[in-house]
Design a binder for this molecule. Sequence first.
Ligand code: ADP
Ligand code: ZN
Length: 604
Amino acid sequence: MSNAQHILEHVFGYDHFRGPQQAIVENVIQGNDALVIMPTGGGKSLCYQIPALVREGCGVIISPLIALMQDQVDTLRELGVNAGFLNSSLDAQQTRDTEQALLNGKLDMLYIAPERLVQPRCLQLLKQAKLSLFAIDEAHCVSQWGHDFRADYLQLSLLHEHFPNVPRIALTATADDRTRIEISKRLELDQAEHFISGFDRPNIQYRIQHKDKPKQQLLQFLRSEAPHDAGIIYCMSRKKVEQTALWLAEQGFDALPYHAGLSAAQRQKNQQRFLREENVVMVATIAFGMGIDKPDVRFVVHLDMPKSIEAYYQETGRAGRDGEPAVALLFYGLEDVVKLAQMLSGSEGNEEFKRMERHRLDAMLGLCEVTSCRRQVLLRYFGENSEPCGNCDSCITPVNTWNGTDAARKLLSCVYRTGQRYGGQHVIEVLRGSNNEKIRQAGHDKLSTYGIGADLSNNEWRSVLRQLVARGLVDVNAEAFGALQLNDSCRALLRGDESLQLRRDPRPEPSARVARSTSTSGVEAHDLPLWHALKACRKRLADEHKVPPYVVFHDSTLLDMVQKRPTTRDALLTVSGVGDAKLDRFGEAFLDVILEHEYPATES
Ligand code: ADP
Ligand code: ZN
C-alpha cells in the first residue's frame, strides 16, 4: 500500500480518493507545483494535507480566512496531526511556542495569514525550518477583478524566489478562465500542472417554485424535510429578515436573524450560535455568508429572487459543503422581477452597467422558468455542457407543457389595448373580465380584450405572464411602476407566425414530497432515533473538546454509522471518516450509543 493511501485510511478514515485527488496528491508528493480548481465540497484540503504528511518537513498553508484557522487546526489535531497556526489572534507567548515547534520539526502543518507570511521576519523563520510544501488556499484572492481581492496575495510570488525547491499548490473553487490564468501568472506557477474539475455541485438539489403562499410553502418544506437541520434562509430586506425569523421562532424553529442593521456584537453572537450549534436556521440578508465555512448546512432557501445566476450559485453553494445531500429551494414571483428591476433602474452606475445587470436578471428569470433540467442551464451559464442531472425539480418531476400561443396572444393584445401603462395584475383582471372600480374608470370594460381570458385562473395568467417576461416577449418598465410594455420580439407571435409552449406549474406541495421521502440529511424515518442519539453524543463530545460538532465527526460519518451499525472497534474503523486517532478518542462513546440501540436494556 502506498504511503498516501495508508494515510488516507488511517488518519482520515476514508478508503478511496475522490475524483482527481490521487493524481494531485501524487504530483505534489513528487515535488511538483499544481494549480487545483475544484468546486466547494470537492475535497481540496486532502490534496495538500496528505502530501504535507507524506513529505518530510512542515506544510505551510496560506489562507486569508483567519477566523477559520482555529477550526481547521482543531480538526487536524482531532485526527492526531500536529498542526498550528500563526495569525494576529495569538499572543506573544503562543506565537513563540508555535515558532519553536516549527524549528524543532514538531509541526506537520502550519496555517499562516498572507499578510504575516510576507513579512521579512516570517520569511526568515521559514528559511530556518524544513518545509514540505506551500499550499495557497483561496488562490483567486490574487485576482484583481474578483471581489475577494487581497493585495497581500500579490506578493506571494516571492515564495518562488525565496524557496525555489519547495513545491507549491494553489487551490480555488473559482473556475473561470480569466481567474485561472491570472493565478498562474501572478503566482508564477508556469511549471504547475493544472487540475480542473467542473463547476457542478452534484449533491445540491435545485428546486424553484413560484410563490403561491410563501410562508406556508416554507413551513411545509421545513417541517416535512428539514425539521432538525441547519440552514440559511435569504430574504431581500432587513425587515423581512426580522419578521421571518420571529415567525419561524414562533413556529418552534431555532431561527435567528442576521443583517447589517444589527449591532456587531449581536451579529457575532448569532453567527457563533449558527456555527457551534446544530439545527440553527439563519434568516439573513446576503450580508451573511462570506467566509462562512460551516460544512453541514443542509438547505439554503431564497424567499426572494437573487439578482443574478452568479449570486444564486454563490449563495446556494453554501449548502452541503461536506458533499452530503442538500437542498437549494427558491420561491419567486413576478413581484420579485419588478422589485429587482426597480432597484436596478434606481441604482448608481452608467447605462452600460445597468444593461449588463439587466441581462443577468433576465438569465436568472430564465432559469426560474425553464422546463428542462435546472443544472444544465446553470452549468451552461458558466460555460459547461452536461446531461440532465436527475437531482433537480425538473428532472425529478418532469414539467408538463401546454400550447400557450393563444393565451400569450390574448395577453399581449390586452397589454396593447390598455395602453402599455398598467402592471400585470390590472391586465389580468381585464382579461378575466373582473368587475372593479379601476377597470370601469379606465373604460377597460369596453375593450375587445375584456373578459376574453375567463377560462384561465388568476394564478394561471400570472404564470403565463412570468414566462413571457422570462422569454423577453414582454418588458416590465421599472421606471413606470412595473407597467407592461411590448417590444419587437413579440411581433412574430402576435402575427401568428410562431407558437409557444409554456410550462404548467406543478402544485408546489406534492412536488416537494415526491422529491424526497427522507429528510434533507438523507436519514430514513425508522433510523431517526439512532441518528438523534448519535448527534447528541457528538454534541456532548464537541462541548467537552470545545470544538464545533463537525470537528468531531461530519454528518456523513454519522450517516454511515446509522447504515453500518458497527458494534466493534474494527467495524467502526470501516466507517467513512473514522481513522485511528478518532477511533481512540471517540470510538467507545459512539459504540455505546449504537449498542444501546441494537440491544436495548430490557426492563425487568
Ligand atoms: P473543499 O475545500 O474542496 O470545499 P473539503 O476539503 O472541505 O472540500 O472536503 C469536503 C468534504 O469531503 C469534507 O467533509 C471531507 O472530509 C470530505 N472528503 C474529502 N475527500 C474525501 C474522500 N476521498 N473520501 C471521503 N470524503 C472525503
Ligand atoms: Zn436536473
